[in-house]
Design a binder for this molecule. Structure first.
Ligand SMILES: *Cc1c(COP(=O)(O)O)cnc(C)c1O
Length: 393
């Protein structure tokens, strides 16, 4: 059987596995910085590229290779480039695609640091950016300039759960020769494959759903074609953004259960979202699986499921948010997302507390907004925890 033509779940389990001569069922951990050559000619052939051989772990290692092959197959791209963190992956994209004098367009509600570094760090290299609400693709058209090179999207976006129409956005970008990068962290390839809609690069913080166990920080890029793959890989290697072999091994292990973790978390999420929507202390709920989500139809068309991230607005503003945070017992009061444990956070007093009230309002981060990453615990326990914390508000 050709393991390349298997279905998604078989790929989760088997893709990229590197068997060893002792019959190990899983790829062993190659915890080594360097690799021995058999002789001088072998070394020369590895360096010239005539023979595919390992040289030095920053350039490549069996464990990072295995993970790169697996995620690239799942995302239906040409190849993967693993990175030490999601933010390392973001910076690899910026450094690869943008040169002095170039301009990029990003979605306005990106993961904070993805926008932050572009506004704080990259202007000193003469790189310009505009962040617009890409959930209305007309805004992308309006923002394109003669020097625009990159369209950087995140959908669903954090923490407002806005959804960008990937097919429409990619069509606009292609008409203007822009490279499109999509941060697919919230969905993982199980729920959305941006390359199918025309994206050139897919980005993951594998810290979240792909690893899924809240014990690793890691990133990945998947390039649609070979040229882009080599350009991104050059920056990964020479920028020193590489992933450690042990880290790669743990992420590969986490990846194996991606679909069953997401199925369970999603099933819980739908019921938790319905519970919250009916609760008198909750003003509104944003979850792509609820008919009340303003882009419910787009989510249905573009995603294979609504995911496990819920945002909701408490009546009673900042104080209500803090009270709820102080009264959860099962859910962990913590940032991050996509793990097997339920996590809750209050952006106005936590992740976005440094912003002015006005800047928060512009980004859609209202005072009573709560972000919930639903885990795989028993549904009844998650709902009782929410119910108990809400009763104190
Ligand atoms: C966490 C996150 C990142 C950054 O990833 P790290 O692994 O923390 O560096 C980027 N994008 C999204 C959507 C994230 O949630």
């Amino acid at each position: 059987m050709n393991k390349k033509n298997t279905g998604f779940n078989s790929k989760l389990v088997h893709a990229g596995t590197i068997p060893d001569d002792k019959g190990s069922a899983v790829t062993p951990i190659y915890q080594t910085s360097t690799f021995q050559f058999r002789d001088a000619d072998h070394g020369a052939r590895c360096f010239s590229g005539e023979e595919k051989g390992y040289i030095y772990t920053r350039l490549g290692n069996p464990n990072t290779d295995e993970l790169e092959v697996a995620v690239a197959e799942l995302e239906k791209g040409f190849g993967g480039i693993s990175a030490s963190s999601g933010m390392a992956a973001v910076n690899i994209v910026y450094l690869t695609i943008l040169s002095q004098g170039d301009h990029m367009i990003g979605h306005d509600a990106l993961y904070g640091p993805s926008r932050g570094v572009m506004e704080k760090l990259y202007p000193k290299f003469g790189i310009e950016s505009d962040f617009v609400d890409c959930t209305d693709v007309e805004n992308i058209k309006q923002a394109i300039k003669p020097n625009t090179k990159l369209l950087y999207l995140e959908t669903p976006a954090n923490p407002t759960v806005g959804i960008t129409d990937l097919k429409a956005a990619c069509a606009i970008a292609k008409a203007h020769n822009l490279i499109v990068c999509v941060d697919n962290t919230f969905c993982s390839p199980y729920l959305q494959r941006p390359i199918e809609f025309g994206a050139d690069i897919v980005l993951h913080s594998m810290t979240k759903f792909i690893n899924g166990h809240a014990d690793i920080v890691a990133g990945m890029l998947v390039a649609k074609d070979e040229a882009l793959y080599h350009d991104l890989k050059y920056v990964m290697i020479n920028g020193g953004f590489n992933m450690d072999p042990h880290q790669a091994w743990l992420v590969r292990r986490g990846l194996k259960t991606l679909s069953i973790r997401i199925d369970k978390a999603q099933e819980n999420s739908m019921k938790v979202a319905e519970f919250l929507e009916a609760h008198p202390k909750v003003d509104w709920v944003l979850y792509p699986g609820l008919k009340s989500h303003p882009q419910y139809d787009l989510a249905e068309a573009q995603m294979d499921g609504p995911g496990a991230m819920i945002s909701f607005e408490l009546k009673g503003g900042i104080q209500a948010g803090k009270t709820m945070m102080n009264n959860v017992e099962l859910a962990l009061l913590a940032v991050s997302l996509g793990g097997i444990e339920t996590l809750i956070q209050h952006p106005a007093s936590m992740t976005h507390s440094k912003l002015s009230a006005e800047a928060r309002e512009n980004a859609g981060i209202t005072d009573g907004l709560v972000r919930l990453s639903v885990g795989i615990e028993d549904l009844d326990d998650i709902i009782s925890d929410m119910n108990h914390a809400l009763s104190k508000v």
